[in-house]
Design a protein around this ligand. Structure first.
Ligand code: ADP
Ligand code: MG
Ligand code: ZN
Length: 414
């Protein structure tokens, strides 16, 4: 079986080796076990179900929250010669009918569906008559009410286990504190899944924090230290992305805004420019990034406090995927904490939900304010122990300097 997997990896995807974690996940699925795979962004989660889908034959159903992500994946698989399809609301009726014909006739190996489309009685009934061999649930944290990206349509997926009794299910996520993990397992697997958690460390990303004073000037100074590099700048509001992008442009930086309030065409044009050129700075809200896989992003700069430590981790994970030195830089000010607290209090949710959200925010603040190695704190949150990293502002501040300041301190103290 090991050989078969490697052949698929090489012949279909063109890769020589599995990345850490992939082989273990694939083995477990092929042995018929349910799996919860917690792996960082960029670790290669898609392959964890795409390879078994091809090894097993039959139909693999892939649940994914965003139509754009599904389209990308299907296009990429087809380029590799894999029979993949999606049925979704952005396709016209004829295209959906044609896709369903291929699925029903057994040609399709992977079928990508949004959760609400999969969980209709008609779709479930039709699928139950086919040879379903695997179900993959991507971005599985969306099922957790306590997670940062809860989606009501995901709740219904808990019925899958009962509906497809003998079919292994794999849930994949990069967002994984203990509570969210346990919640996913309880909802999808009644607690009976093999959980595989992979290393979260991204040692090439330098972590740093700066007190927020004049965000525009601070941002410009940072960007100017990375001339010609691609970077992502996250802002809290749509208006601010426009302002910041305009300000950078005025100062000679190639910068483009991205937010959900822009037309689809404008968003796509900016995203394409960012993806295909080097040296473009994307100034975006969190609407930008899911599924973005550009290897040479040199930095992620937060002008405002992110929503949670998980969100922060996911966002900075878009930097340095090529393994080269990259930076995660955040401006941090008391005003941001007040704004975030207000967001939580204004949300239309239960008191318990609010309590958890405040606690989540406290964790993030703890990370921002720590004098310890930031990587230790960050990884510790995901349940990993680490040595002081030497590549965060706190570690670097403590290192003896070559400029004689350590010596000066000794002399002055004496
Ligand atoms: P994730 O969903 O975990 O964020 P993806 O599945 O999108 O990650 O994969 C990220 C990138 O890693 C993709 O470009 C993919 O082709 C690449 N990749 C995945 N597995 C391997 C591998 N075994 N060897 C080389 N590249 C890989
Ligand atoms: Mg993914
Ligand atoms: Zn450190």
């Amino acid at each position: 079986a090991g050989d078969h997997q490697r052949r698929v990896l090489k012949d279909v995807f063109g890769f020589d080796d599995f990345r850490p974690g992939q082989a273990a996940v694939i083995e477990a699925l092929l042995a018929g076990r349910h799996v919860l795979a917690v792996m960082p962004t960029g670790a290669g989660k898609s392959l964890c179900y795409q390879v078994p889908a091809l090894v097993k034959g039959g139909l693999t159903i892939v649940v994914s929250p965003l139509v754009a992500l599904m389209q990308d994946q299907v296009a990429a698989l087809r380029l590799a010669g894999v029979a993949a399809d999606t049925i979704n609301s952005s396709l016209d009726r004829d295209a959906n009918v044609a896709a369903w014909r291929r699925v029903a006739s057994g040609q399709t190996r992977l079928l990508y569906l949004a959760p609400e489309r999969l969980m209709t009685e008609r779709m479930l009934e039709a699928l139950s008559r086919l040879d379903v061999s695997l179900i993959a649930i991507d971005e599985a944290h969306c099922i957790s009410q306590w997670g940062p990206a809860f989606r009501r349509e995901y709740e219904d997926l808990s019925r899958l286990r009962g509906l497809f009794a003998d079919v292994p299910i794999i849930a994949l996520t990069a967002t994984a504190d203990e509570a969210t993990r346990a919640d996913i397992e309880a909802r999808l697997f009644a607690g009976r899944a093999e959980t595989l958690v992979l290393g979260f460390d991204r040692p090439n990303i330098k972590l740093a924090m700066e007190t927020k004073q004049d965000s525009k000037r601070q941002l410009l100074r940072f960007v100017e230290r990375h001339p010609g590099k691609s970077g992502i700048i996250y802002c809290l509001s749509r208006r601010k992305t426009e302002e910041m992008a305009a300000f950078l442009e005025k100062n000679g930086v190639r910068a483009l805004p991205y937010h959900a309030g822009m037309s689809k065409e404008a968003r796509e044009a900016n995203q394409n420019a960012f993806m295909s050129l080097s040296g473009v700075v994307m100034v975006a809200t969190i609407a930008f990034g899911m599924g973005i896989d550009k290897p040479d992003v040199a930095y992620v700069f937060h002008t405002d406090l992110p929503g949670s430590l998980e969100a922060y981790y996911q966002e900075i994970g878009r930097a340095g995927r090529d393994g080269r030195p990259a930076e995660a830089h955040m401006l941090y000010g008391a005003g941001d904490i007040r704004t975030r607290r207000m967001f939580i209090d204004d949300e239309d949710t239960s008191p318990e939900h609010k309590r958890r959200a405040h606690r989540r925010l406290d964790t993030l603040i703890g990370y921002c304010e720590t004098a310890q190695c930031r990587r230790q704190v960050l990884l510790g949150y995901f349940g990993e122990e680490a040595q002081a990293c030497g590549n965060c502002d706190n570690c670097l501040d403590q290192a003896p300097r070559a400029d004689g300041s350590a010596e000066a301190r000794t002399i002055l103290a004496a």
